[in-house]
Design a protein. Structure first.
Length: 427
């Protein structure tokens, strides 16, 4: 994989045969930091970190200058400032990032309707049908890069290949501000020298298992007996890694944008041991998750509790409901039950979160013969009506009206508080 500081950058010349490289992956360069630097051009050549200066904050983003010091997104701010004491910390402005993202995505859809956004700052494009109008894949990639810069002042990197997987690898290798085309016939030559960690789905534990078998490069995976891979990572993962090692990735552009989960989480300024305060925060988050579900016409069958302790260890506990719900009280009772099991051991909590998964249409939710949540549903729908008219926070449960210092909320660009990096930012 490419290093996040761009030190192993690779780009393509003008004479490459790109006729088979019709799948593009486009990734904005250090997106959040770059947007902030539009307002601070005097800082472009200095190390800049996006986030809050408080001791419990994490790095939302870092420009490439800061990355050369080993500063990366999702890193605790305290560690980032130890690695780069001269770093300039700028507060994030998520609404601005969303606005610029929409502008960039609009440029993509001007080139082809076959656009699959992956996150706020990256997307796949299938340009096979756009060649007659806009030229070859490489020409389309260059035009997109030129338009993004002209219309936003930002740079992006483009990978072009015959598959999604290789296109994404290529864009990462082209960073920052580059274009790398991998023709189909060059796929194996490009893939096989890469480390095993370059393969999609290889995390830290899987990488260690593969390295333990002496499998260090993608070519080692390609030529390893399938039985060996299965013993190391399981049957399904073994087949997937083997296919990827030979450049096999049949996925096409997915134009259906389904929300897979809805969640809220917060990082506390100081570790919290007060169980009552933690339960109150769970109630607030459960209500927020439920309101977002209702607002999008969704229900959830699974609810998840997330806790991160003072030592940074993280646990999650999920509970599957007999009937899907978008009622905050039901979500709260389920996560609170999971929380009570963990809290019994005595805890110091750094982060707490609630997430709803296995989402489906909310049509007809709660319309069974007996509905234990009917009263709560009616009350919460009434709150929705008040909120729509007067704004959130006008009506709150009594348990949320007590004193105490509030947790710091790191807001996700699409409205979901999140203590780590919003999805997509990092390259």
């Amino acid at each position: 994989m490419s290093r996040q500081d761009g030190s192993d950058r690779q780009t393509t010349g003008a004479d490459v045969d790109d006729t088979t490289a019709t799948m593009l992956h486009i990734d904005m360069d250090a997106f959040f930091a770059s947007v902030e630097l539009l307002d601070h051009p005097e800082l472009v050549h200095l190390p800049v970190v996006i986030g809050h200066r408080s001791g419990r904050s994490v790095v939302t983003a870092a420009n490439y200058v800061a990355r050369k010091y080993g500063v990366n997104s999702a890193m605790p701010m305290a560690i980032a400032l130890r690695r780069c004491p001269a770093a300039i910390v700028l507060e994030p402005h998520m609404g601005r990032y969303v606005e610029v993202s929409r502008q960039v995505m609009g440029i993509f859809t001007d080139m082809t309707p076959m656009v699959e956004p992956l996150s706020i700052d990256e997307a796949f494009l299938d340009v096979a049908g756009a060649r007659r109008v806009h030229g070859s894949p490489a020409e389309i990639g260059r035009e997109i890069r030129a338009r993004v810069f002209a219309e936003t002042g930002l740079t992006c990197s483009v990978g072009a290949a015959s598959t999604k997987f290789v296109a994404k690898l290529a864009s990462g290798r082209a960073k920052p501000d580059g274009l790398l085309v991998i023709p189909a016939e060059d796929t194996i030559a490009f893939l096989h020298p890469l480390p095993v960690g370059a393969l999609w789905g290889v995390g830290a534990s899987t990488e260690q298992a593969l390295l333990g078998l002496g499998l260090r490069h993608v070519r080692d995976i390609a030529h390893a007996p399938l039985e060996m891979l299965q013993r190391a990572v399981g049957v399904a993962s073994a087949h997937k890694l083997h296919d990827l090692s030979w450049g096999i990735d049949p996925r096409t552009i997915n134009l259906e944008r389904e929300e897979k989960s809805v969640g809220h989480e917060v990082t506390f300024e100081h570790d919290v041991t007060d169980v009552a305060r933690l339960r109150s925060e769970l109630l607030r988050q459960a209500d927020a998750v439920a309101a977002k579900l209702r607002g999008n016409g969704l229900v959830a069958r699974t609810v998840v509790l997330k806790l991160r302790y003072a030592d940074f260890s993280t646990v999650t506990r999920s509970r599957t409901l007999a009937e899907p719900t978008n009622v905050g009280r039901r979500i709260y009772e389920e996560v609170a039950a999971s929380f009570d099991v963990l809290a019994a051991r005595g805890i110091r909590v750094r982060l707490i979160g609630v997430r709803a998964e296995q989402l489906g249409s909310g049509d007809g939710a709660g319309m069974g013969l007996w509905d234990d949540d009917d009263d709560w549903r009616e009350a919460e729908l009434a709150v929705d009506t008040v909120t729509a008219r007067f704004g959130r926070g006008i009506v709150r449960p009594a348990s949320q009206l007590g004193g105490g210092s509030a947790p710091k909320r790191d807001v996700h660009p699409f409205g979901t508080p999140n203590a780590a990096t919003p999805q997509g930012e990092g390259e």
